[in-house]
Design a protein around this ligand. Sequence first.
Ligand SMILES: Nc1ncnc2c1ncn2[C@@H]1O[C@H](COP(=O)(O)OP(=O)(O)OP(=O)(O)O)[C@@H](O)[C@H]1O
Ligand code: SF4
Length: 258
Amino acid sequence: MIDNVKHIILVVSGKGGVGKSTFSTQFALALKERNLKVGLLDIDLCGPSIPYLLNLEDKSVHQHAEGWLPVYTDTQQNFAVMSIGFLLNNRNSAVVWRGPKKTAMVKQFLNDVHWGDLDYLIIDTPPGTSDEHITVMENLKSINCDGAIVISSPQEVAIEDVRKEITFCNKTGIPIIGLVENLSGYACPHCSECTNIFSTGGAASLAEHTKIPLLGTLPIDPKVGTLLGKSAVTECAESQFAKVMNEIVDKVTKKDRN
Ligand SMILES: Nc1ncnc2c1ncn2[C@@H]1O[C@H](COP(=O)(O)OP(=O)(O)OP(=O)(O)O)[C@@H](O)[C@H]1O
Ligand code: SF4
């Protein structure tokens, strides 16, 4: 099912709430704006927020002879989405399954979704470095992904969790494409001036220390939380968030173009 996908990228974080799902969604939408065929798979079983972020909460997936059909956001079928959220009755229904059932669901998501031909499949993974998470990553390793983008926020505790996530990826043998620092300063909606609220430079020094590329630092931008399916790179093209997102897309896709 995944054989016709050219590139698979995991989005991971050692800590919840650092904007992993927001990044996955906006990164996937930015790739689509480059006329690429993109899929977005949400396997964050504890908090599947992708349907909400894409304004697709009323959609459901359908069975097909070849497996589950993803939800498409456009008639040209250039943006495909699959999330556990489509299988839940409502957004507030938590998935309270034990580890083995969750792992079985992840396997099914990886094996049974009919993605068709895709340039990029972006996978939003559950946050953390627990045993259950290791099983998920081992399954992901078997699908031959390009690597992982690690999301952090500037607070020291988040950076510490990123360190753990890096060790974790190294242990599971998943290459790290680069680091992204999210919530890095506040972009004023009036004058676009960016003010640092927390300490700065954490991800940059971590990148230097670990020799992992820093792909970009994305500011807190109040508009980003209201986009619901629209792409920041087109809706607020002049914003710092959009500029950095475009730079990240350039860096990640550059390898492909060379
Ligand atoms: N750069 C940003 N600017 C403004 N708001 C943001 C930004 N990044 C994330 N947010 C907001 O922060 C909240 C958490 O983001 P998100 O759900 O993407 O985090 P997460 O790391 O995926 O969380 P979880 O661990 O629960 O899956 C959301 O309300 C989102 O709109
Ligand atoms: S950054 Fe500039 S426009 Fe924004 S609140 Fe401060 S002074 Fe006002």
